[in-house]
Design a protein around this ligand. Structure first.
Ligand code: FAD
Length: 504
């Protein structure tokens, strides 16, 4: 087996250099970190800050994932920020999203604050000094740096960018072809005439397959079990209708946002209130797009409720077109072993392959795999509880951004940005240098629930990592994963002076 080459980070040096103090230190220059920086500058422009990212460029997810066909699942009117109109079609390619982020960085002059190849490895809070000491290793030089900050804003996303999840299968070492993970797509990969097997059935497989099917000899999607797919048009019919009116960009952005929010709120609500109807709707919407006689029950009928895992969007049904055209096919079976020239599955069939793409998902990462300590005590996250999915009990002056699963991630970036802005202003008004989410006496024996209730949301990367994640309680504000429809009203109204936030 040959795997795509990767560049190893430089070895860290012994010596640590002082890198100075900032009021706010943002970890991550993806959609969340760039959004956080905008909100900080917009709401409390007098604060000094820096953004550190382990990668060598901006964009987070959209920089890591540059495989053919990579694109958003969400519409860009809601995936785009509230403050920056989206001007393109509803669904965008990865590079269009990067170009949009570049415009945000340019327009708000954020580049000067970003330090690339700065991997945060540890963060220690001192109550005495009222500050975090943040240890950083530069992946390019190995140099070790020490920043201090009054407030840590974790925008690190939810998975490990450097180590993708790839299960091991028997016989992988004897496979003569190339094995690739979509997080590490080689730039110069020649697909012409190749037989490709894509292992996986999620959004990545669905976007990759139509993009490579034209060049390859054949692409087989090999899935253990089916997922939900939905095929909306790349450009929404409302956008088509509004097009000739030549509306200002801000209007178009707002109208389309409202349209998509309404649609997604309906979808999320229906998945709880009428899951069987939604299931039937999704399955039936695929039927006319599939080849005559296609076994839809076997290959496209999931055994879980819609939205218990993300619904993969297939804009304009391009995956189904590849299936109809015969350039792609689906095998639903369990992998028995890799052979020299392909993959042997449970039915006994051997699928020939020159290239295997393991679209098998992520290794979940808890707060960027940073080693946290508070006053010399290492933080064990499994004993902690979230405060509204934004802070964590007992961790002073620290907020994190975690977006929506059933809606555009970025909608929450803006809501959390507003709340953190209010929180920092509230601290200033009070003359406080420390704010800590703290369990009230009546909360100390509350029932703790897993980070994600499996009945609610249970994709593989969450299920595999539930044991290392922090918890949620059984009452507000110790819960998270509310839907956007509720949170857009709740978060702006949150009382920052209730007893769960202790200021000193
Ligand atoms: C292929 C793909 C498609 C997706 N499509 C959608 C979609 O259509 N809609 C949607 O809502 N969501 C989608 N998602 C989810 C997506 O991850 C989020 O939308 C969003 O990009 C997350 O942004 P983020 O900035 O929070 O995190 P990320 O994009 O993960 O960026 C985090 C950044 O933080 C850095 N970082 C992490 N830890 C450290 C550390 N210790 N030190 C320094 N830097 C660190 C990383 O290097 C990274 O650059 C998709 C995900 C994938 C993989």
């Amino acid at each position: 087996m040959t795997t795509a080459p990767t560049t190893a980070p430089a070895q860290p040096t012994e010596e640590i250099q002082d890198a100075g103090h900032v009021d706010v230190l943002i970890v991550g220059a993806g959609v969340s970190g760039i959004g956080a920086a905008y909100h900080l500058r917009d709401q409390i422009p007098d604060r000094t800050f820096v953004i550190l990212d382990a990668q060598d460029n901006r964009g987070g997810t959209w920089w890591t994932h540059r495989y053919p066909g990579v694109r958003s699942d969400s519409d860009l009117f809601t995936y785009g920020y509230r403050f920056k109109p989206w001007r393109g079609p509803s669904i965008a390619a990865g590079e269009e999203i990067l170009a949009y982020l570049d415009e945000v960085i340019d327009e708000y002059d954020l580049d000067q604050y970003i330090r690339y190849q700065h991997r945060v490895t540890a963060a220690s809070w001192s109550t005495e000094d009222r500050r975090w000491t943040v240890e950083v290793t530069r992946d390019d030089t190995g140099q070790r740096l020490r920043f201090t900050t009054g407030f840590l804003w974790m925008c690190q996303g939810y998975y490990n960018h450097a180590k993708p999840y790839r299960p091991q299968w028997e016989g992988m070492d004897r496979f003569q072809g190339l094995v690739i993970h979509p997080q590490r797509w080689p730039e110069d990969l020649d697909l012409a005439g190749k037989r490709i097997v894509v292992i996986g059935s999620g959004a990545t497989a669905a976007t990759l397959i139509p993009a490579i099917a034209e060049k390859a000899e054949h692409v087989t999607m090999l899935q253990r079990s089916p997922s939900y797919f939905y095929a909306p048009p790349t450009t929404h019919e409302l956008a088509v209708t509004l097009g000739p009116l030549d509306l200002p960009d801000e209007w178009m952005h707002e109208i389309m946002r409202r349209q998509y929010m309404t649609q997604y709120h309906w979808l999320a609500r229906t998945s709880f209130e009428a899951p069987d109807e939604l299931h039937a709707f999704l399955i039936e919407s695929m039927r006319p797009l599939l080849p005559e006689g296609f076994d839809i029950d076997k290959h496209f009928t999931p055994r879980y409720r819609p939205w218990q895992q993300r619904i993969a969007m297939v804009p304009d049904g391009d995956l189904f077109a590849a299936l109809r055209g015969g350039k792609a096919s689906i095998v639903t079976a369990t992998i028995e072993a890799f052979t020299e020239h392909g993959i042997q599955v449970s039915s006994g069939e051997e699928i020939p392959a020159d290239i295997v793409v393991t679209a098998t998902g992520f290794n979940l990462s808890v707060l960027g795999d940073v080693a946290f300590a508070v006053d010399g005590e290492p933080v064990d996250f499994t004993e902690r509880v979230t405060w509204r999915g934004i802070m964590i009990n007992g961790l002073p002056n620290m907020a994190y951004v975690f977006g929506y699963f059933r809606h555009s991630w970025t909608l929450r970036v803006d809501l959390v940005g507003d709340l953190v802005g209010r929180l920092l202003a509230n601290m200033q008004d009070k003359g406080a240098t420390m704010v800590v989410p703290t369990l009230r006496p009546q909360d100390t024996d509350m029932r703790l629930r897993p980070w994600s209730d499996p009945e609610n949301f249970n994709p593989g990367y969450v299920t595999r990592s539930q044991h290392i994640l922090f918890k949620q309680g059984d009452r507000e504000p110790w819960t998270h994963m509310l839907e956007h429809e509720q949170e857009r009203d709740i978060l702006p109204e949150v009382d920052l002076d209730d007893e769960t936030l202790v200021y000193r």
